[in-house]
Design a protein. Sequence first.
Length: 185
Amino acid sequence: MRLELSHIRRPETEFAKVFQPADLPAGDEEYRVTAPVDLRMVIHKDHDRFRLVGTVKTALELACSRCLEPFVLPVDREFDLRYLPHGAAEPEEDADEEAEVEEDDVAMTFYHDEQIDLSELLREQFYLTLPMKPLCSDGCRGICPQCGTNRNTAPCDCHPQWEDPRMAGLKTLLKRAAEGTEGTD
C-alpha cells in the first residue's frame, strides 16, 4: 500500500481509494478494522515537498476497558500532513540547546524512495482516533471484581466490602475502645 510520488505531476491531485480490512497489514494492534477504509485526500505538490489533506472513514472494533466486551467505534477523521524527502531535515545548529517544537513540525514526516506508506498513514490516524479509555457505553457497569460477572448482562449478588488497609490501626483502636466502654455500662 504505497503512494508513488513520481506519478504525481500536477500541483494538486485528488486521490480516493477504498481498502478492505484484509488489505491492511495485520499486527498486534489494540483494534481490529471491521469495515472498508475510505481514504480521500488532495495531494499538494511543491517540488519535492508534499502536503496530504483528507479524511479517513471506517469502523474499528475495540475491547471495552470496563467489561472487556467488543464494541464498534466509528472513525471519521480529518488529517493534514506534510512530507519531505528523507534527509531534508535542517541540521541542528547546537544539539545542546533546547529546540522549540513548532505546530508544523508535529504534522511533518519524511518519505523514502519517492513513496509514502499509506498503511502507516492509516495506522497513525486510527491510533489518534482511539480514546484513552475505550468504553462500550458511558453507563457501562463493568465486571464484578469478586465473581467476574459482567454486570451489564447479569445481576451480581456480591456485596463488595473494601477496607482501606491504612486505616487498620485506627479500626483496631476503635474496636478496643468500644470493648472497654461496653463493660463500664
